[in-house]
Design a protein around this ligand. Structure first.
Ligand code: ATP
Length: 345
């Protein structure tokens, strides 16, 4: 059963997941052959430009859409082969916190009603008084204190940061094992963002909640996912994967380097990684309906080699014990480095 804690399995595992949307103008391969997993208390950041398939992958992980290919497992069990009861239990265990809390909170429901509805619906709160007390405790967990000051308020009476905390409190009401946070801090001011990220980090540490954290901003991945892993996505595919410090301090894929170059902030660690040549040949993102041949990044890539990169599609492959990169040129130079190291010894 998904509610039971099986520590040998990751919470969520996507294997070869693809999602093609049908449209009148043609198919849209939004996600192609994406694999990743997140365990209890772990953080995986999915990073990439708008439209690269982060939300589509996250929605597949949450069971909100059934992918057109591949499998999604929760604690080792294929979610699309689960019984109705198991699927309901899985959906409680994996909670999605949306980008825009104002859009996801019902404006005519006060905060008590917002937070207590799942408690009542799933029989977690026995009666009105219990629902009030549990809702207050949930608000305290997200540092909205004293909770009594917030329970009777409506979303429009709260700041953006406070609304986002209410959305997290509502997600916590079902004791989730995994939270999918989709750009959940992008609409907030920097100081409020940091407070929110610290609060999410506390939930990860204290409650052992796993996080799939979706962001276009590598600086946010660095802050929240430093002890976790980062997968960089481009046009529906993962192009680089590894421990966050390695990906950020030693980016290998030219797209990851370009994303780091685009981080507009005086962070000395990130600035140090900006290397000449990380700049793109083109700023234009190709259409998913008309993907470039070979490596789909080749029209923008500073390492582009005609005949190789526009001819063969690279696979995401291990370049070290912990890193995977999808790039012909990087794979070749890693292979050359290891063979010359082998010759030297
Ligand atoms: N239901 C849908 N029908 C058709 N196309 C879709 C649908 N959902 C997403 N897409 C398309 O799939 C692609 C990937 O979208 P997705 O929202 O997953 O990207 P994203 O990386 O999360 O972007 P953003 O950061 O802007 O949210 C986009 O081109 C998008 O327009």
């Amino acid at each position: 059963m998904p509610d039971q804690n099986d520590s040998t399995q990751p919470l969520i595992r996507l294997t070869g997941v693809s999602q093609t949307f049908r449209s009148k103008k043609g198919d849209i391969p939004a996600v192609d052959d994406v694999s990743f997993s997140v365990g209890p208390g772990e953080v995986l950041c999915l990073v990439g430009e708008s439209g690269c398939g982060k939300t589509t992958s996250a929605r597949a992980a949450a069971g909100l859409t059934k992918p057109t290919g591949g499998t999604v497992e929760f604690e080792g069990k294929d979610i699309w082969s689960m019984s109705k009861q198991e699927f309901t239990s899985f959906r409680k265990s994996v909670q999605y916190v949306h980008q825009d809390p104002y859009a996801s909170l019902n404006p005519i429901r006060n905060i008590f009603k917002t937070v207590s509805t799942p408690l009542r619906k799933h029989g977690i709160a026995k009666n009105g008084r219990d629902a009030w007390e549990q809702s207050a405790r949930l608000l305290e967990k997200v540092s909205l204190t004293p909770a009594e000051n917030y329970l009777s308020k409506f979303p429009h009476q709260l700041s953006g940061g406070q609304r986002q905390r209410v959305a997290v409190a509502r997600a916590l009401s079902l004791n989730p094992r995994l939270i999918i946070a989709d750009e959940s801090t992008s609409m907030l001011d920097v100081s409020i963002r940091v407070g929110m990220l610290n609060m999410l980090g506390k939930l990860r540490d204290e409650l052992g909640i796993g996080f799939l954290f979706i962001t276009h901003d590598l600086a946010i991945a660095k802050y929240f996912g430093w002890q976790g892993k980062t997968a960089v996505m481009y046009l529906g595919r993962v192009v680089e994967f590894g421990p966050t410090p390695d990906v950020i301090n030693h980016p290998k894929h030219p797209y990851t380097r370009a994303l780091l170059d685009a981080v507009p902030e005086p962070d000395p660690d990130l600035t140090q990684t900006k290397k000449p040549g990380g700049g793109l040949r083109s700023s234009e993102i190709p259409s998913l309906r008309d993907l470039p041949s070979g490596c789909t990044f080749h029209p923008r890539c500073p390492l582009f080699e005609p005949g190789l990169c526009d001819g063969i599609s690279p696979q995401l492959a291990a370049v070290s014990a912990t890193r995977e990169v999808s790039c012909h040129v990087v794979a070749r130079s890693v292979a050359a480095e290891s063979s010359s190291a082998g010759t030297a010894t």
